[in-house]
Design a protein around this ligand. Sequence first.
Ligand code: ADP
Ligand code: MG
Length: 384
Amino acid sequence: ELEKMESSECTEKNGTMGNDSRILVFVRLRPMAKKEKEAGSRCCVKIVNKRDVYLTEFANENDYLRLKRLRGRHFTFDALFPDSTSQHEVYTTTTAELVEAVLQGRNGSVFCYGATGAGKTYTMLGTVDNPGVMVLAIKDLFTKIRQRSCDGNHVVHLSYLEVYNETVRDLLSPGRPLVLREDKQGIVAAGLTQYRAYSTDEVMALLQRGNQNRTTEPTRVNETSSRSHAILQVMVEYRVKDASMNVINRVGKLSLIDLAGSERALATDQRTLRSLEGANINRSLLALSSCINALVEGKKHIPYRNSKLTQLLKDSLGGACNTVMIANISPSNLSFGETQNTLHWADRAKEIRTKACEANEEVHEVPESGTDQAKLLLELQKEN
Ligand code: ADP
Ligand code: MG
């Protein structure tokens, strides 16, 4: 048994991702909706190549050299997804690498940002026929675990939670609001369900049910609230032995975040921020923006404590984490202003630098004797 473990691919390099990693920012354009067509709208978003996008005000505006000189009309991102892009392509380009990193004990997070109706939930959760990033990531995770010979050493847990009106709720087991608490791993929601997942099949149904538990706005009974943030956390625990036969316990966490609608959160400085808070605007989304601004400006103090969302995402933004932003936009000129704001926000997010990304691991020294090691191995296998 021991030999099998030693010779397997379990022993991995303790890799880091470089000292200064940037947030990757992608933009996904959704197809024109029936309602938008009926309202006589035209497409105001021109994707001219893999990285450049222009916003046009008039139907035949396609002098890109001129548009480039206009403020807020030309943006460049890491990749653009035209409306024909499949869910799978979005997953592969944005998240597949993070899943690989999480398997090696690092953290990663993917945010969807954009106005209500821009396609955030479609991108993250998707539908039964066209599952989104959350489901594809878990599917890929299980495939990758199965491909590794030391399969039994991975344990996957899922948590799904919501932040609505500065209240944190468990979407897998709705009930009383959860209290945030600081422990040695960072800020955690006390009592949050950690669902042990064994396969992909159960996950889509679980997430769909969880999504139905998202708070609905009283006035729009059939719609999940545009002001609720949903966070799926995928924790992968992995036990491996290094060259000196120490057992290393690695825990990687992937956070997939479907943010609240951005339509009213346009504040870019603290003063506007405070006045808007009084107007009962989404505090968590504003706090996220001000954290991003502080990170971009290289400030020492990042105001994570200002909201529940930013407390929960502290280790996913500034810390040692691979971060990906997907900005969702509608093609319709009726949403020109919102689209411009979303692209502006996404443009800003490109400037965030995060710290080196290292594996979270605990090393347990084990006794020299071969029999003890064998015993330990047996114990580990029993636990799994
Ligand atoms: P949001 O979560 O940002 O409010 P949704 O994801 O609910 O927006 O999208 C609004 C509508 O547009 C939904 O009916 C959704 O199915 C549809 N939609 C969004 N993006 C796409 C896409 N890429 N392809 C097809 N339909 C989409
Ligand atoms: Mg949504």
